[in-house]
Ligand binder design. Sequence first.
Ligand code: HEC
Ligand code: HEC
Ligand code: HEC
Ligand code: HEC
Ligand code: HEC
Ligand code: HEC
Ligand code: HEC
Length: 383
Amino acid sequence: MLPEDTIISPLPVVAGLATALLLCPLLLNPKAEETSLALGSWKPREAASGGFVGSSACSPCHARLAATHRAAGMASASRSAENCRVLAAHPSLTLRDGEYSYEIVRQEGRSLYKVTYRDDALSVPISYCIGHGGTAQTYLFNHGGAFYESRLSFYPALEKLDWTPGTARNEPESLESALGQKLTQDDAQKCFSCHATNAVGEGGKLNLDGLIPGVGCEACHGPAAEHVEAAKAGQAPRRGISSLKRLAGDQLSQQFCGSCHRSFEEVMAMPDRGGIGNVRFQPYRLAKSSCYYSDPKDRRISCIGCHDPHDSLAQEPAFYDAKCLACHASGVTASQEATVKSCRRSQKDCTTCHMPKTSVPGAHAQFTDHFIRIVRPALPHPQ
Ligand code: HEC
Ligand code: HEC
Ligand code: HEC
Ligand code: HEC
Ligand code: HEC
Ligand code: HEC
Ligand code: HEC
């Protein structure tokens, strides 16, 4: 496994491996053409054909981006249980459900997940924490050669365990099914391909050996071994890296960010368009806004118009005012030269009225509706 950014204790053995990889002369390929990966040749969540080096390898040259990214939610979208901040901070978690009692206990830097029913008990070591814990964290463990998703998740709003969304609440058939739901190989691959880096190997199979927990730099920019070598040798440093700077707004929001956050197309194909839970599918919600479909290519209303993918999520409404006013200030013209209207109600905190926070049942959290609109409070959640 390549290094993830360690939180609890540095892993010297793994760090040594990274250095060895960087120094490995086999990674130097003097014959490679001086080209960057063409747009479209690298896509997140697909098998990649280059070497991965891990985000810490970018720090020497991209220090500012590396530092902000390390603290951002996406960087910790998954962690090995050993490096899981939430479990380290909560060394004993419990839940009782009728005759079943659950506990997750921390022992010597590892976490054991245990269910007890009458005189029977089953306990397994947790392999991965999924989610940085902004709204929830779910656990994956290995049992009998397959990954399972924990039936319980940790909710920071409650400071305790509760049911994982979508969990059937009927009486479990066995202790295994009381612990969690067995994932097919395909589901496990999907889970890691969105929450980790280099999770997909040849033939679209889950690649645990090369997997780097978290959405690292290379989850978005592609494998960077060739780029790092070229930059170190002082050669064309834009070689061997996917720049992303030339993607049009809608490509970026739908095909790129949408490959993990779910695109308009993907949600349209879901039964009931994902129900109220689709408030979490920002590319879909955003595309329904007249701000967006007036000119989908406009980068000011793409995901990066409001979010720096290298930085933590800004939570103050005032941060977003300038993003709206880039189009809605009086006198500003949209790209097709038409003047965009401004608000008669307020000139600040735009998102508090036009991007309402929405609760999703069972999620113990509110999510931001990216369908920007004049909200009519009497109306139900517009699908
Ligand atoms: C030895 C120094 C060095 C290392 C290590 C390095 N880079 Fe770079 N990188 C550069 C230089 C120099 C450039 C070109 C100047 C620029 O755009 O900042 C560059 C450019 C880039 C660009 C393209 C920017 C553009 O113009 O579109 C991306 C993306 C990038 N690097 C990502 C990474 C990632 C991801 C890593 C770690 C896996 C990494 N780099 C490691 C030196 C380095
Ligand atoms: C490889 C999959 C992947 C891609 C590509 C991706 N994301 Fe994410 N993103 C995630 C996952 C998974 C999370 C949830 C992380 C968590 O909360 O643990 C997330 C969370 C976020 C968050 C919330 C972070 C927080 O602290 O709560 C923002 C904002 C975000 N992504 C923006 C973007 C933008 C903008 C893009 C495109 C430039 C993008 N993402 C591309 C997987 C991805
Ligand atoms: C298609 C990509 C995709 C797949 C597959 C996926 N997720 Fe996510 N997940 C995301 C994104 C994007 C977010 C953040 C956006 C949001 O708020 O829902 C997220 C958020 C989460 C969160 C909340 C994180 C936090 O810090 O609040 C948890 C927990 C989670 N996912 C667990 C899982 C588990 C477990 C699996 C697989 C069994 C899985 N996800 C599969 C993309 C995905
Ligand atoms: C969630 C996806 C995502 C992640 C993770 C990510 N980037 Fe980027 N990065 C982007 C996008 C999108 C752009 C293009 C921004 C633009 O066009 O303004 C970009 C731009 C860049 C640039 C060019 C910036 C500039 O202003 O010239 C560099 C360099 C870069 N990224 C390096 C990194 C490094 C290093 C990391 C990890 C520490 C990283 N990126 C992580 C999506 C990502
Ligand atoms: C890329 C430019 C752009 C950005 C950025 C933008 N908008 Fe818009 N917005 C438009 C256009 C174009 C329309 C449709 C024409 C019009 O109403 O003037 C529109 C329409 C609207 C409407 C009316 C919707 C309706 O249902 O009638 C509201 C409300 C709105 N925007 C609020 C916002 C807010 C709040 C933000 C920031 C969170 C924002 N917009 C960001 C361009 C933009
Ligand atoms: C017009 C501005 C704007 C645009 C464009 C935008 N967002 Fe957001 N986003 C916000 C605001 C405001 C929040 C809420 C921040 C807070 O209060 O914590 C947010 C929150 C989020 C979150 C955290 C989960 C939540 O529901 O609060 C994720 C993930 C996210 N955005 C992803 C995306 C993605 C992916 C795109 C592109 C499809 C995107 N955003 C485009 C303004 C924007
Ligand atoms: C207190 C809630 C509130 C805030 C804050 C707010 N708006 Fe509005 N906005 C409304 C309401 C309600 C309407 C519809 C009734 C109206 O036009 O007076 C509206 C209408 C609009 C329209 C449509 C105007 C038209 O003539 O059709 C736009 C565009 C808009 N707002 C953008 C913004 C922007 C940009 C901001 C931040 C600078 C903002 N709003 C802040 C409540 C708000």
